[in-house]
Ligand binder design. Structure first.
Ligand SMILES: [Zn+2]
Length: 305
């Protein structure tokens, strides 16, 4: 614990004051030791459960019930943390801010009204901050924040990480803070980022920690600055977090673009670039909203390394 010496006090007086404070303070009121974020020696990837969107309308994804392998059209919403020796990157912090719902320990149903009047139903289980705390981190430990894109189901808890450095592309930031933000955004969820320390990404690739293990890659189309995240792990190998490049694995095999991708012609071009990258690096693609894929992922406190 640091003690601030009163400016007017002589050293001997300060010592006397400090001794008096120690002598008078019962041990139970002493400050706890300063908490330190867990250190890691190599990158780790944590997957959090940030809820599940209920009953997606397949028509919006240009798919039919007959074309998809699952009977459910529920879309999981995972949040991700990359813990790296040089810092901690939060990727896509959820669909519903923790402050907007009360956990009960059981799964709860939540009705969400978007700023454009759109409505969604989700199930939620555990707040993101609780899941973070369970692995030893507080929001203040998060050094970097990035979204695959600005849609509400990828930004919800952004304000909690306003103290981190925000990594964002200019087109996305401009849209987010426009007088009339785009559909499917929830501007209140990221309002605090307006004054965050911000790095504007200008290149297609951005190496977050400078060692080639955590790289954001532009994959525009769904939104103007949509991006995916490549994480190179020692044991697992390469993983690419898809953002919303695809929502269903069948969108990948059948080459379907959603009706709400902003640039319908750009998405297939970006997909080709990312598919070539996957082939070159032999990385796995984790489609973030893939229901079956998500059930197979290890969830925090477990992690990939
Ligand atoms: Zn999404």
């Amino acid at each position: 614990m640091k003690r601030i010496m009163p400016r007017s006090a002589t050293p001997s007086l300060a010592v006397a004051l400090a001794l008096t404070v120690v002598a008078c303070s019962p041990p139970e009121t002493a400050s706890p030791p300063e908490r330190v974020a867990p250190e890691v020696t190599a990158a780790r990837l944590y997957v959090f459960d940030c809820g599940t969107l209920q009953a997606a309308d397949l028509a919006r994804f240009r798919l039919t019930k007959e074309e998809i392998a699952t009977t459910t059209t529920n879309l999981p919403v995972p949040c991700f943390l990359v813990a790296h020796p040089q810092g901690r990157l939060m990727w896509d912090p959820g669909a519903v801010p923790d402050a907007d719902w009360t956990p009960t320990g059981a799964e709860i149903a939540h009705h969400l009204v978007l700023s454009d009047g759109g409505e969604r139903d989700l199930t939620l289980r555990k707040p993101l901050m609780t899941q973070l705390a369970d692995i030893g981190y507080s929001p203040a430990d998060i050094t970097h924040l990035a979204f695959s894109h600005y849609h509400y189901d990828h930004t919800a808890n952004a304000n909690a990480f306003a103290g981190a450095t925000w990594l964002v592309r200019q087109v996305e930031r401009d849209a987010m803070f426009a007088d009339k933000p785009p559909g499917l955004t929830q501007p209140s969820s990221y309002a605090a980022l307006k004054t965050s320390n911000t790095v504007i990404i200008e290149s297609d690739e951005y190496d977050v920690f400078g060692d080639g293990t955590v790289i954001m890659k532009l994959a525009a189309g769904h939104t103007p600055g949509h991006q995916v995240l490549y994480v190179k792990l020692l044991k697992t190998g390469g993983v690419v977090l898809s953002g919303d490049l695809y929502h269903f694995p069948e969108a990948r095999t059948l080459k379907r673009v959603t009706t709400f991708d902003l640039d319908q012609a750009q998405t297939p071009v970006s997909r080709e670039v990312i598919e070539a990258f996957l082939a070159k690096t032999a990385a796995q693609l984790w489609i973030q909203h893939d229901y079956v894929g998500n059930t197979r992922l290890k969830k925090a406190p477990d992690y990939y390394e």
